[in-house]
Design a protein around this ligand. Sequence first.
Ligand code: KIV
Ligand code: ZN
Length: 389
Amino acid sequence: MTPTDKDRVWIFDTTLRDGEQSPGATMTHAEKLEIAELLDDMGVDIIEAGFPIASEGDFRAVSEIAKRSKQAVICGLARAQLPDIDRCWDAVRHAERPRIHTFIGTSPLHRAIPNLTQDEMADRIHETVTHARNLCDNVQWSPMDATRTEWDYLARVVEIAIKAGATTINIPDTVGYTAPRESADLIRRLIADVPGADEVIFATHCHNDLGMATANALAAVEGGARQIECTINGLGERAGNTALEEVVMALKTRSDIMPYETGIDTKKIMHISRRVATVSGFPVQYNKAIVGKNAFAHESGIHQDGMLKNAETFEIMRPEDVGLAATNLVMGKHSGRAALRDKLRQLGVELGDNQLKDVFVRFKDLADRKKEVYDEDILALVTATAADG
Ligand code: KIV
Ligand code: ZN
């Protein structure tokens, strides 16, 4: 990975760190290993496997994921403290390609917590990034709450981190406060103004408190970021993080206006989405983009008729591209005759026009009473119609 790969966007997945920090989303050791393997197999570039100093369990998980990694860089998180960084290195060093990610809150609100002056914090950043870089040649540094940090101070500490040896500078929108234009401008300005910025990769890490995490991440890429931090299903603190499946499919689907590539095998999206939902205990909302139950489902007659004639009428992505077998034409009270005929064909039933008319009347009557009409219901209607006729 070098800053010259201008059109490649690196996907940094933090499901196992930021995602797992979501209250109630704790995963077992075995589940973490399974998710890490799926992430590696689907082509995620960097896996943030955990926060090694946080617990013995996190340390064990990060170490084991590091040992088992195949392609991906394995990253661990560490606060701006030397023992954190040492612990992180002890876990990630087993990986073929390890990374230390160290961070500190730089906004006025966050500086007040350790009660450090701007100068004291700047010294701490220099010391900790230098220490991390002495251990590992792949170091990521994050000014937490960057989007609420004063511009001058942000530019100053980013420069310090670069000079101390950081190879990736991540700009977190920790509380989901920024908006797309601002997200793009901030990265663009940092790259233009900070000495040494062209030597490193800029990353974007967006939270979804205002529902703008995906838009902000994509805008940051427009501004020059080349690493997107994200999670499967958008899992993460509070309203979550940028959803991996959303940014990846947006870049694939709108490559006409966003000509950036990722290394993700999109056909593996649905499977990992379901596994993360199961192991985290966080179900995916039905209308969630890309991976929701209804993302490729149609019930209304007009939509179903359009879909049967040309799938592009109501779908901008192919279900196969995200690992689904096919579009789901849900049979309900809004469905039309064309969809019923198609469904019957799939079930191996071919009816003449008059028979279809009779079954359709019964179908509408049933659909008015039931939310969804299943294949078994439809076959029963055919049998009943034939018996009565
Ligand atoms: O949201 C955030 O600021 C973080 C940092 C630790 C990168 O998750
Ligand atoms: Zn975060």
